[in-house]
Design a binder for this molecule. Structure first.
Ligand SMILES: Cc1cc2nc3c(=O)[nH]c(=O)nc-3n(C[C@H](O)[C@H](O)[C@H](O)COP(=O)(O)O)c2cc1C
Length: 225
C-alpha cells in the first residue's frame, strides 16, 4: 500500500510518495521482514548461542561494516574504528583481554569467573569486532559527540547484521573499554574504547521475541501549543 505525506522544507509542490517498505529475506528459515521492522525485531544473541564454526563471508562482513560507516557524524569526522577478529586472531584477543584484566584489576576486586569469560567468550563467535572512537584532542567536535556517532555506527552495524540474518551482541566488560586495550590494538591516546561486538549466525536460526520495555510514554515528553 502506498501512502503520501506532505513534503516539508523541500519547497516542493506538496505531496511526495512514501516508499513502499522493501521486503528482505532473513534468517535460515526464509522468513521475511520489512525495512520498517528491523528496529523492532533485532535482539541481542549471546555468543554462546552463535555457531562458532559457521564463518561470516568477507563480502557480507564488508557490507555490514559499510552500513555502520554510513552513520551520522558531526563535521564528517567519522570517528568509528573497527578492529575485526576472526579465526585464530580471536584466541590472541582472548589472551590479551585476560592479560589486561590481570594487569588492571586490583587483587581485592578479582573475579575468576569474569576473568575466565574474557578468555572463552571471544572463541564462541566467528567474528568479534573491537570498537573504538577517535576523539580529537581540543578538536572542534566534543568527545561526547564522537562517542555518540560511534554508537550510531554500532547500531547501524547490529541492525544491518540482523537484516542479513546474523546475530549480534554488544559487550562492555571493563577490560574491553580500557586504555590498555586501545594500546594493545595499536591505537594512540586519542581513542576511546567502546567494547566488543560479537557477530555470528545463531545456532537455532531463530531470533528471540521482543522483550517487555517501559511504556513509551515514560520516555517521551511532547511540548506543544
Ligand atoms: C552500550 C551497550 C553496552 C552493552 N554491554 C553489555 C554487557 O557488557 N553485557 C551484557 O550482557 N549486555 C550488554 N549489552 C546488551 C544489553 O544487555 C541488551 O541490549 C539489552 O539487554 C536489551 O536486549 P536486546 O539487545 O536483545 O534488545 C550492552 C548494550 C549496549 C547498548
Amino acid at each position: 500500500m502506498r501512502e503520501t505525506r506532505q513534503s516539508g522544507s523541500e519547497g516542493g509542490a506538496g505531496l511526495i510518495p512514501v516508499p513502499t517498505p522493501i521486503r528482505f529475506a532473513i534468517g535460515q528459515g526464509g522468513e521475511t521482514m520489512t525495512r520498517m521492522s528491523i528496529f523492532r525485531t533485532r535482539r541481542s544473541i549471546k555468543p554462546a548461542a552463535m555457531d562458532a564454526h559457521r564463518e561470516v563471508a568477507r563480502d557480507l562482513l564488508l557490507a555490514i561494516l559499510g552500513d555502520a560507516h554510513a552513520a551520522p557524524t558531526h563535521g564528517l569526522t567519522q570517528p568509528w574504528r573497527f578492529h575485526v577478529f576472526a579465526g585464530e586472531a580471536r584466541i590472541r584477543l582472548a589472551g590479551a583481554l585476560q592479560e589486561i584484566y590481570d594487569r588492571t584489576t586490583p587483587v581485592s576486586a578479582r573475579n575468576e569467573e569474569k576473568r575466565a569469560k574474557l578468555g572463552t567468550t571471544p572463541r564462541l563467535a566467528p567474528v568479534v569486532i573491537a570498537v573504538a572512537a577517535r576523539v580529537e584532542p581540543n578538536g572542534k567536535i566534543p568527545e561526547i559527540e564522537e562517542i555518540a556517532a560511534t554508537a550510531c555506527a554500532v547500531e547501524n552495524l547490529m541492525l544491518s547484521a540482523h537484516q542479513k540474518g546474523l546475530g549480534s551482541y554488544w559487550s562492555t566488560p571493563p577490560a574491553t573499554m580500557s586504555a590498555e586495550f586501545a594500546t594493545w590494538l595499536g591505537l594512540d591516546d586519542a581513542h576511546r574504547m567502546l567494547g566488543l561486538v560479537y557477530l555470528g549466525y545463531s545456532q537455532t536460526g531463530k531470533t528471540p521475541g521482543p522483550i517487555s520495555r517501559n511504556p513509551l510514554t515514560a520516555h517521551v515528553v511532547f511540548h506543544e501549543g
